[in-house]
Design a protein. Structure first.
Length: 364
């Protein structure tokens, strides 16, 4: 008799089974076991249970690669079934760069040009991880990259983390990984400081300065638009007293944005010189890249007019403060700014002048 070696095993319904199998020959039942074992050996994968008390004790594996951990055996089996015929080695060895390319194919369809530019810049920051297998990356790997940029602003580093968190969420959905390790990475401590706004005297200086750079600042102040939203606004989205545009969030896209009367002449100015099928700021030399406007025109403008340096986002803070002072209803302000909920509007964008607060107490 030839020697037999057991190279694999599987569990099959062998037993009395209420008498249903009493007439099944032992050879036939043995053949079922061998058939199933050979099937799994040919690359369909296997499912096994880890010892101890675990939330997800069931493991699905294929070609010696762990696909994922599951609470139920049926979930693990279903995961294997979904990957039937898939080259597991190629799929589960996707690098950081490959995951990014796959993720952006979906995500970029939902955001505007300015958002895409921000994610592309964030992607470059993670260059040390580009060639690494994504499923092998852990919190420490992401943290090391973020730590190298802790000298930057909290919002900038937050954008970096947002990228890897969303990529990891995509990888979890595709069952490339089982844990979103990116979300455990820590950000630099955010200092709570009063948001900067343009004062009435600052705005008066801007209004007196007859330059396109000053006009753009006033357009931002009198609409509350983000700088990227304005620079990529189509000429066709301008309707005299309002524009339809926006990006970044679902609530912010394609919203109706009223233009305060003080800012309408500046929109009309650029509309007059722009082509109907182009961008509203197509006549402005710096329209191609919003970042160029900051360095080349925005900060030099503030310095020349004697206005304390503020980020362009301060125009948005200013708009919100003016709206609150004008008693614009909270739900309307929320829609104007494109926030998903008013808590963001109330907590971040209410800025009151100290004299206004004193007056409120004295005139109670």
């Amino acid at each position: 008799m030839k020697e037999v070696y057991i190279v694999n095993c599987c569990r099959t319904p062998i037993g009395s089974y209420g008498g249903a199998l009493k007439d099944t020959p032992a050879v036939e039942m043995g053949a079922l076991v061998i058939k199933e074992a050979l099937k799994r050996a040919n690359g369909t994968g296997t499912v096994y249970r880890l010892q101890g008390r675990r939330k997800r004790p069931w493991v699905a594996a294929k070609n010696r690669v762990v696909i994922g951990y599951y609470a139920k055996k049926t979930e693990a089996l279903e995961a294997l079934e979904r990957l039937s015929g898939v080259d597991i080695s190629e799929r589960y060895n996707m690098t950081f760069s490959q995951v990014f390319d796959a993720w952006k194919q979906e995500h970029y369809q939902e955001i505007g040009p300015h958002g895409i530019e921000s994610y592309e810049q964030a992607y470059k920051v993670f260059a040390p991880l580009h060639g690494r297998k994504f499923r092998e990356l852990r919190t420490a790997d992401f943290q090391a990259v973020l730590d190298a940029h802790m000298g930057k602003s909290h919002s900038t580093v937050s954008k970096y983390k947002q990228l890897i968190t969303q990529m990891s969420a995509w990888a979890m959905r595709e069952e490339l990984i089982t844990t979103n390790f990116a979300r455990f990475a820590k950000l630099p401590e955010q200092k709570k400081t009063e948001k900067e706004v343009f004062s009435a005297s600052d705005i008066a200086k801007l209004q007196a300065d007859d330059t396109e750079a000053a006009r753009i600042v006033l357009m931002l102040i009198y609409t509350g638009m983000r700088i990227g939203e304005l620079f990529f606004l189509p000429r066709s989205a301008y309707y005299g007293t309002y524009v339809i545009g926006g990006e970044k969030t679902k609530a912010g896209r394609n919203r109706i944005i009223p233009i305060w009367p003080e800012g309408r002449e500046h929109f009309a100015y650029f509309a007059y010189f722009s082509s109907p099928g182009g961008l509203l700021l197509s006549s402005y030399s710096g329209q191609k890249v919003a970042a160029n406007y900051r360095k080349r025109d925005y900060y030099p403008l503030l310095d020349r007019l004697g206005i304390a340096r503020k980020t362009p986002h301060a125009t948005r803070h200013t708009y919100a403060s003016m709206a609150v002072t004008a008693d614009i209803r909270p739900e309307l302000l929320q829609k104007m700014l494109g926030h998903a909920n008013y808590a963001t509007t109330a907590n971040i964008y209410q800025h009151f002048d100290p004299q206004e607060l004193v007056g409120a107490v004295e005139n109670r």
